[in-house]
Design a protein around this ligand. Structure first.
Ligand SMILES: [Zn+2]
Length: 183
């Protein structure tokens, strides 16, 4: 996996892109948390669940079904999150879907069970530039941890920050004109 905080980047980017009217703070907080939540399955390593099991790391929680469930959760929770149903469903679906895509672009471990329930194989993208993070947090303090952070900065944070900036500028009204897309 990329480090857990990096999984929040795509959800934050979409939140910033849509603006605080479509994505109020409550929805952004829940979306950010949900983007990191699939990796709670790494608890399975300490409970004897085999990595390759659907219940193991990058199994069910990293699937089409999990992303779809997150979207449905958005539809249901939208009023409580003070958001429209469409925006809430989109953001929560994207939080989990982007997690799966990032994991599928890492250099190690098993790929996510991205297509479950259609099939239960593990899949990587053909292009995998993101260095896989060590499972043990202490290993992040080593040279390997630094290489992982630099890789995530280059392949996740910089593209996300650039996209946020670009979308923010696109939503800005030209000087002297009223904003048609209020923030
Ligand atoms: Zn993951």
């Amino acid at each position: 996996m990329p480090t857990i905080l990096t999984h929040a980047a795509p959800a934050l980017t979409l939140g910033l892109a849509l603006g605080s009217k479509a994505v109020p703070p409550r929805l952004l907080v829940v979306g950010t948390a949900l983007a990191m939540a699939p990796d709670l399955d790494s608890i399975g390593f300490f409970m004897g669940v085999p990595y390759e099991s659907l219940w193991g790391h990058r199994g069910l929680s990293h699937s089409l079904a999990a992303a779809g469930l997150a979207g449905v959760l958005g539809l249901i929770l939208a009023p409580a999150l003070k958001a429209g149903r469409g925006a809430a469903a989109l953001l929560l679906w994207w939080a989990v879907a982007s997690h799966i895509v990032l994991d599928a672009a890492t250099t190690g471990g098993l790929g996510p069970a991205a297509l479950w329930p259609l099939e239960d194989g593990r899949h990587f993208l053909p292009w995998r530039p993101i260095r896989v993070a060590p499972m043990h947090p202490a290993a992040m303090l080593s040279g390997r941890g630094l290489a992982v952070m630099l890789s995530e900065l280059k392949w996740v944070w910089l593209p996300c920050l650039s996209a946020s900036f670009l979308l923010f500028m696109l939503r800005r009204p030209p000087a002297g004109r009223k904003n048609r897309f209020p923030r």
